[in-house]
Write a protein of this length. Sequence first.
Length: 319
Amino acid sequence: MWFWLSLVTLLFWSGSDLFGKLGSGNTKDRTSHLKMICSVGLIMGIHALFSLFLGSAELSWDVFIKYLPVSLLYIVSMAFSYMAFRYIELSISSPICNSSGALVAILVLVTQGLGEDLSPWSLVAVIFVCTGVILLGFVEAHEDEELRAARQDASNHRYAKSKLAFVLPILYCILDALGTFADSRVLEVLDEDSANCAYELTFFAAAVVCFVYLKVKGARGSDKGAGARAGSEKLSSAESKKLWSFRILAGVCETVGQLSYVYALADTEHVAFAAPIMASFCIGSVILSRIFLKERLSVKHYIAIGIVFVGIVILGILD
């Protein structure tokens, strides 16, 4: 079951990346990451309340406090990811961010070993997935400047070179890996439904804080057009609503992906294999960005995607 839950996470988190990028829209809006947190936190809060009052989930202060460090690691890492949308293409940031699965696999294998019930083929599959994700990030980072410029022209989006463009995804990668590793430990003693509710309510609290900040600063209506040039005016009401629609869709995809993610990690014996699959959702993000954001793929990109796909198929067969 862990394999299929991991695939659901992969698909919906790919959608969350795409809609998040579309919702961020403009490199000039310095509060776009806060607006993303508001949208995602709202959807997660609604789902948490639904689970608590109409579902079977239960939550106590003890569970909330125990899961709080994990929640904060995830939320802060996602804030860095949303900030990166303003500085770098999705097809570059997503692979860098989601190399975290490789870090998780290494942490688990170092601390626990393979285990008697896991075959060598499982380790081979993990190597394929992790290698593919890392290779994709490497290809993007070393892409020819002329090809990069052609891609940006095709997408009508230009990004200035910046160290921050790479630092933000790397920070996400580290924090997300630590969160995933800690998550697998905490879920050994906590019910996954309760843990997920704790996370969603923490995210909702973060959304409230961000909303109040935006309200006080008067930034709620400061959306500007995607790819806007210096001196351009604010978006119309219809265009602003379109951006918020993308943000809400990103929140829905993120929430569904998070739910399947928690259940996948609950199978603690397969964390080292589930984590790389879920982290490889960047492959879906790259493909979606090429289709909807008009970014281009090279032969090297397809090779990296193929390596990840082989690893996923091996894990599926072993399951």
